[in-house]
Design a protein around this ligand. Structure first.
Ligand code: 8X3
Length: 246
């Protein structure tokens, strides 16, 4: 039985990925900050799911995830899903604490966990799937720190492939556009109406769409590396450049 470690499984893409991987016969270690959510998922998924309360900003706890013992000691797939965006605002109007949380979670925690997991992934010729975002590929106003962090995630994964040349370990960057999850709720400080308004009439992607994609990536044959995969709902596309005319 293969084992996946998925961060951020208390909601959204992470929870959907945990369900999809368990349904496909994997064992899943799932992390998150909210114990009640993890517990509920454990009751739903049973013994194939090991819930661990971890805040990605706690680098000691993050590194301990790579040292699990016994039946959870092997690792075939690391899914770096945990991440968040600060409130949408111009950088000059932002609060440092909000930005710091995002940088520590999206970048430092992700790098620390990946680095710690590499020996076990190399042992099994495993796979790293990093959740980046279209925000890392296309800049938009109010998204400098979030988009910058996701551009880091994408480039980190691509460059990591070079470090891992010859090991058989694969690395994939998934870059979703609008998916209806708690992402926007968090970004809006818990404003459900604002989140609903953003997705209204857009047929956004679902957490399950992304979970199926991640499982598909993890099910490709060992000789095939998906470097990056960008996904959007059909109703999302690109806007033009902004101009500041005199
Ligand atoms: C977030 C996707 O389109 O809201 O990762 O920037 S988008």
């Amino acid at each position: 039985m293969k084992t996946a470690l998925i961060t951020g499984t208390t909601a959204g893409i992470g929870a959907a990925a945990a369900r999809a991987f368990v349904a496909a016969g994997w064992k899943v270690v799932g992390t998150g900050r909210r114990e009640d959510r993890l517990q509920a998922l454990q009751e739903e998924l049973g013994a194939a799911f090991l819930p661990l309360v971890v805040d990605m900003r706690d680098l000691g706890a993050v590194e301990r995830l790579a040292a699990l013992e016994g039946e959870w000691s092997g690792l075939d797939c690391l899914i770096n899903n945990a991440g968040l965006a600060p409130p949408m605002s111009d950088l000059q109007d932002s609060k440092w604490e909000d930005l710091e949380t995002v940088l520590e979670t999206n970048i430092s925690g992700l790098v620390a966990l990946t680095r710690a997991c590499l020996p076990r992934l190399i042992e099994r010729k495993g796979l790293v799937v990093n959740l980046s975002s279209v925000a890392g590929n296309y800049p938009y106003r109010g998204g400098a720190v979030y988009g910058g962090s996701k551009a880091f995630v994408r480039q980190f994964g691509l460059a990591l492939r070079n470090d891992l040349a010859g090991t058989g370990v694969r690395v994939t960057s998934i870059e979703p556009g609008m998916a209806e999850t708690e992402f926007t709720l968090v970004r809006n400080g818990g404003d459900q109406a604002a989140s609903d308004a953003l997705y209204a009439g857009l047929d956004p992607m679902t957490a399950e769409d992304l979970a199926e994609t991640i499982l598909w990536v993890a099910s490709r044959p060992a000789h095939l590396n998906i470097n990056s995969l960008e996904l959007m709902p059909v109703r999302q596309s690109w806007a033009g450049f902004a101009m500041d005319r005199q």
